[in-house]
Write a protein that binds this ligand. Structure first.
Ligand code: CTP
Ligand code: MG
Length: 258
């Protein structure tokens, strides 16, 4: 891995340093069941623009990212491709669209399989986190460039967390088993950044169901590190999250003077 001292947004490496190219894989093949009935979640509009377009732009905003691989709903790759064709992206960014799978993990694997040679750093970013700021993206890339095999943006928790014995019937009282020390817990976001070879090996090796990619690297016995996450990188999961996302966009428009 390069120890390139330049900021990750720099388009040109220092003389004599190898260029480390970065690609982003965006799993966007989920239905969005928790959001309620409607179009696949990634295609729902935020501020009049599909969530997926926001997410692709959030990756393309980083000057270090030169390729975005979008993993579309299995039967919707054509539709997603034409959608992206009609929305402007920076000239420097290439976009590939591939069909996804049954689980997020399968979708990410399909995205990785489509990644051309020549990209040594891979970001995996949920389409459902459309508003992640570019500084967070760049901080993740920089930590991978500095040699970490896997990097996750993370935030301290606001709520205390309880471990329970899950009830057989949803809604029934559940006995609390433990209360982990909140000061040692973090909520993790995306983009998660990886040394490409490590992430590929993780996806070839780990078969357990996981909810994030970094945990697969943990299972390889490697150390995953965190960088500061951002409150605007929250995941749009339930209807109230759409309200929050619209409010963030409205605040940005105000701050941009439009
Ligand atoms: N995802 C995917 N392929 C799947 C399932 C999920 O690419 N088979 C993607 C989603 O599109 C999303 C990200 O993984 O961008 C995070 O998943 P989540 O927020 O759970 O989205 P959904 O699975 O769509 O939502 P739900 O679980 O409510 O159905
Ligand atoms: Mg899901």
């Amino acid at each position: 891995m390069s120890d390139d001292p330049l900021p990750p947004s720099s388009p040109t490496p220092a003389p004599g340093r190898p260029t480390v190219r970065t690609a982003a894989v965006i799993p966007a093949a989920g239905r969005g069941v928790r959001l309620g009935p409607g179009a696949p979640k990634a295609l729902r509009a935020l501020g009049g623009t599909p969530m997926l377009v926001h997410a692709v732009r959030a990756m393309a905003d980083s000057r270090a990212v030169s390729l975005v691989v979008v993993v579309a709903p299995p039967d919707g790759a054509g539709e997603v491709k034409s959608l992206l064709d009609t929305h402007a992206l920076p000239e420097r960014t290439d976009v590939l669209v591939v069909p996804g799978g049954e689980s997020r993990q399968q979708s990410v694997k399909l995205g990785l399989d489509a990644l051309p040679e020549g990209y040594d750093i891979v970001l995996v970013h949920d389409a459902a986190r459309p508003l992640v700021p570019v500084d967070t993206v760049d901080a993740v890339i920089e930590a991978v460039r500095d040699g970490a095999p896997a990097v996750v943006p993370a935030l301290p928790l606001a709520d205390t967390v309880k471990q329970v014995e899950p009830a057989a019937t949803p809604g029934e009282p559940e006995p609390v088993v433990a209360t982990p020390d909140r000061s040692r817990l973090r909520a993790v976001q995306t983009p998660q950044g990886f040394d490409r070879a490590t992430l590929v090996r993780a996806h070839e090796t780990v078969t357990d169901d996981v909810t994030d990619d970094a945990s697969m690297v943990e299972q390889l016995g490697l150390t995953v590190v965190t960088v500061p996450g951002h409150e605007e990188a929250f995941k749009v999961t339930r209807p109230l999250d759409l309200v929050l996302a619209e409010a963030v966009l409205a605040r940005r428009r105000l701050n941009d003077g439009f």
